[in-house]
Design a protein around this ligand. Structure first.
Ligand SMILES: C[S@@+](CC[C@H](N)C(=O)[O-])C[C@H]1O[C@@H](n2cnc3c(N)ncnc32)[C@H](O)[C@@H]1O
Length: 254
């Protein structure tokens, strides 16, 4: 079965900008870092840092954070946010995790919602090998809201089914086969977007999610929004069935 992944999704500047402007994601990152056991002298690698959702709160609590991020747009937004916060203890490696070279061991390795890596076993082993104290991974269980939408609408728009990507059960099994038995914490939805959308915003959001470059399917999308979204006042709220999960473990060195 072909699994369709959108692995270079954030190579697009507008998508990276929108992601970096979502306040609920920043609050969720702060919540996640608040749950970490960290020493102020520690160093952290943040794999797939994006605009710094985890990097920024981590840099406030640790000696140094090394962010590994392949999207130049995400890097730009991370640099801007770090500067605005007056943080000078963030190094940035502009690369994919699997291609990042010359990294030295850090105390902690974090990989938050960025596991679309072709050789996941090698990627997990690299995280394990570069962490002295703890590895934290965040991923999904079940069907995410964006997958739900694509499953519902791909056949009508693209004439083929949409097959979602691997979830946390697969990651757990790969770790298990490596002799790693991680702690698992089911986080539920996490913070959700508090601000509703106008119909125009909801349409634009769906066009992007469904890889549509024009308005030719707007009628279908509008019907979908009217059927599936909640209306509060004149603001539309997308249903969110996403379940987030944290896996973490004490690394072993062979
Ligand atoms: C959904 S964002 C997550 C950002 C942030 N970690 C967070 O928790 O909000 C995924 C990020 O992973 C990056 N990414 C995608 N493939 C990657 C790879 N192979 N190695 C490292 N980062 C990757 C993307 O550019 C994007 O910035």
């Amino acid at each position: 079965m072909e699994v369709q992944v959108t692995k270079d999704y954030y190579q697009d500047e507008e998508r990276a900008r929108k992601y970096s402007q979502m306040e609920h994601l920043w609050m969720d990152g702060e919540d996640r870092v608040a749950g970490f056991d960290l020493d102020p002298s520690w160093t952290v690698i943040d794999v797939g840092s994006g605009p710094g959702i985890m990097t920024v709160p981590l840099a406030k609590r640790c000696a140094k954070v090394t962010a590994v991020e392949p999207s130049p747009h995400m890097v730009k937004f991370l640099q801007a946010r770090a500067a605005a916060e007056g943080l000078t203890n963030i190094d940035i490696i502009k690369a994919k995790w699997e291609e990042a070279e010359g990294l030295k061991p850090h105390d902690v390795v974090v990989a938050s919602y960025c596991l679309l890596m072709p050789d996941i076993k090698a990627a997990l082993l690299k995280m394990n090998g570069l962490a002295r104290e703890r590895v934290y991974i965040y991923w999904f269980a079940g069907t995410t809201y964006w997958e739900r939408t694509r499953i519902d609408l791909y056949p009508m728009i693209h004439g083929r089914p949409y097959h979602p990507g691997p979830k946390v059960d697969v990651i757990y099994n790969v770790l298990y086969q490596l002799g790693i038995y991680p702690d698992i914490e089911v986080l539920g939805q996490g913070r959700v977007r508090e601000k509703g959308m106008s119909m125009e915003e909801a349409l634009s959001d769906l066009r992007d999610l469904l890889m549509l470059s024009d308005r030719s399917h707007d009628r279908l999308l509008r019907e979908y929004i009217e059927k599936e979204y909640k209306l509060s006042g004149d603001a539309l709220f997308r249903p969110d069935c996403t379940v987030r999960v944290r896996l973490s473990w004490k690394p072993f060195q062979k």
